[in-house]
Write a protein that binds this ligand. Structure first.
Ligand code: GLN
Length: 278
């Protein structure tokens, strides 16, 4: 069977079941190793068709494609993913980019950052591997830390991973910057998310409490104890949350800014610490 025809067949099936159609191409390319460009010229073997059909069945159960293939590309790195971590989102690439833009380039390599709630390790691994920062990363979930460590090993980066409930285990550190993409979905909204998300991604990585802001509050309260004077705090925030996060930061931070993501949504909030607390 022709590979392009197979993609079209899967697209129709996905359309009927409300599954992302673009995944059809992805599945065929991933299993065959063919590039998107040459699908029309390629034929599929029986074995390939069997494998493809197996994956299509899983996808129809709304299992996210990143979990089926156990990987997700993030900032050009192929990260290992499983059901114990949030699947890194495209917007989060923008958070990494923002940090590299804001921090002084001349002392690159000497700056020490903390990634709070590292999940798969997406942020800390990109910041270490591609931008050269020294990174410590914490997560409350041992299962997530296992994934993050696997990814660090794959990309040969030396990250100081610690199991910690927010900043509880890093109180003796002095970081140049703290970054976090904490869970920010309102508890009451969880049930309204796509089946792919609510049915398969860890609730621990999604649920931001009653108003979605509980982890921002905690990090903003504790970051002054672990940052150097004038150290940076960088956040990714949920839609509509930026102004409230700015308001929460005002007491201890200055030069606070909001940046948009590529969709034009206020997505990143960052500022500098007035004075370290002890
Ligand atoms: N830091 C990880 C990411 O951005 C995990 C975030 C989370 O679990 N909320 O992908």
């Amino acid at each position: 069977m022709n590979a392009r025809k197979k993609v079209e067949e899967i697209e129709k099936i996905f359309q009927r079941s409300n599954v992302e159609i673009a995944d059809a191409e992805w599945i065929v390319c991933e299993i065959t190793g063919y590039s998107k460009m040459c699908l029309s010229e390629r034929q599929l073997t029986e074995a390939q068709i069997k494998k493809i059909d197996k994956v299509v069945k899983k996808r129809l159960k709304h299992i996210p494609i990143a979990q089926i293939f156990k990987k997700r590309n993030f900032y050009g790195l192929d990260l290992y993913i499983n059901k114990n971590v949030l699947i890194p989102r495209f917007e989060t690439e923008g958070l990494c980019e923002l940090i590299a833009k804001e921090l002084p380039a001349d002392i690159l390599g000497q700056l020490h950052g903390l990634d709070v709630g590292c999940g798969s390790g997406a942020i800390c691994i990109v910041l270490s591997k591609l931008f050269g920062y020294k990174m410590t990363a914490v997560d409350i979930s041992n299962k997530a830390l296992k994934v993050a460590k696997k990814n660090a090993k794959k990309y040969n980066v030396d990250i100081n991973y610690l199991r910690s409930n927010m900043l509880s285990e890093v109180k003796n550190y002095e970081f140049d910057f703290v970054v976090s993409n904490p869970p920010y979905i309102l508890s009451s909204e969880l049930k309204n998310l796509d089946k792919e998300v609510v049915g398969f991604e860890p609730k621990l990585a999604l649920d931001g409490g009653g108003d979605g802001l509980q982890f921002y509050r905690k990090i903003i309260e504790d970051a002054p104890y672990v940052l150097k004077n004038d150290g940076y705090l960088f956040f990714e925030v949920g839609k509509g949350m930026a102004n409230e996060v700015v308001r929460l930061m005002r007491k201890d931070f200055y030069a606070i800014k909001i940046n948009k993501d590529l969709q034009g949504v206020d997505r990143y909030v960052f500022g500098k610490l007035k004075e370290r607390k002890i």
